[in-house]
Design a protein around this ligand. Structure first.
Ligand SMILES: [Zn+2]
Length: 198
């Protein structure tokens, strides 16, 4: 069965209407919340500026995105909703990646698409409307390097989850770079995840 992105997006959108009294959204086995992108970008890029743009903030923000993506999507693929909605579409282990991407789209993380997947080796994801790239340009103007730290970590996390070995020991088995970024003036953002060299 092909992966039905619309069906997955609809399931997430429908479920996300349920809010606990504090605004927390219990969905697909995890707890989510609404965060305005301007707020997130301000914290994230403000942190980078305060750290002095020496690359350390970038490393921390990418690692945070990767660890968050790893734990969040492990929760998602262990959920009842995943078993009911997503699992019947999965024929091969690789299909999980497309399902993760569909859920990330529904979360509002961007218009993501898998460009290339070499099992155990390489994942290429493209985004045409990254909120990090847009947010950076709006606040600081054109960047000289990729700025989509969260999505970069998440691309590597998807490979960690599928090929990194048993949870929770598989995180950071893969690492991603951002080869194109709209913040630099490229037509889209592109993330390439490969096995981390150790
Ligand atoms: Zn980007």
């Amino acid at each position: 069965m092909a992966i039905d992105t619309d069906k997955i997006v609809h399931a997430v959108m429908h479920g996300s209407r349920i809010r606990e009294e504090k605004g927390i959204i219990p969905l697909f086995g995890v707890y989510l919340s609404m965060i305005p992108v301007q707020y997130y970008n301000r914290i994230s890029f403000g942190f980078e500026k305060k750290m002095g743009n020496d690359g350390n903030a970038e490393k921390l923000l990418v690692a945070a995105g990767q660890e968050c993506g790893y734990a969040t999507f492990q929760g998602i693929r262990s959920s009842r909703e995943w078993d009911e909605v997503v699992k019947p579409m999965i024929e091969h282990i690789e299909d999980q990646i497309n399902c993760f991407v569909s859920i990330a789209i529904a979360f509002g993380w961007g218009d993501l698409a898998v460009q290339e997947l070499v099992p155990n080796e390489k994942l290429v994801i493209r985004a045409s409307d990254s909120y990090e790239a847009k947010g950076y340009v709006d606040a600081y103007g054109k960047a000289d390097a990729g700025k989509c730290y969260m999505l970069r970590g998440v691309a590597a996390a998807f490979m960690d989850l599928v090929y990194g070995g048993e949870y929770p020991d598989g995180c950071f088995q893969y690492t991603a770079v951002e080869t194109f970024c709209q913040a630099k003036g490229d037509p889209h953002c592109e993330f390439v995840a490969r096995k981390a060299s150790r």
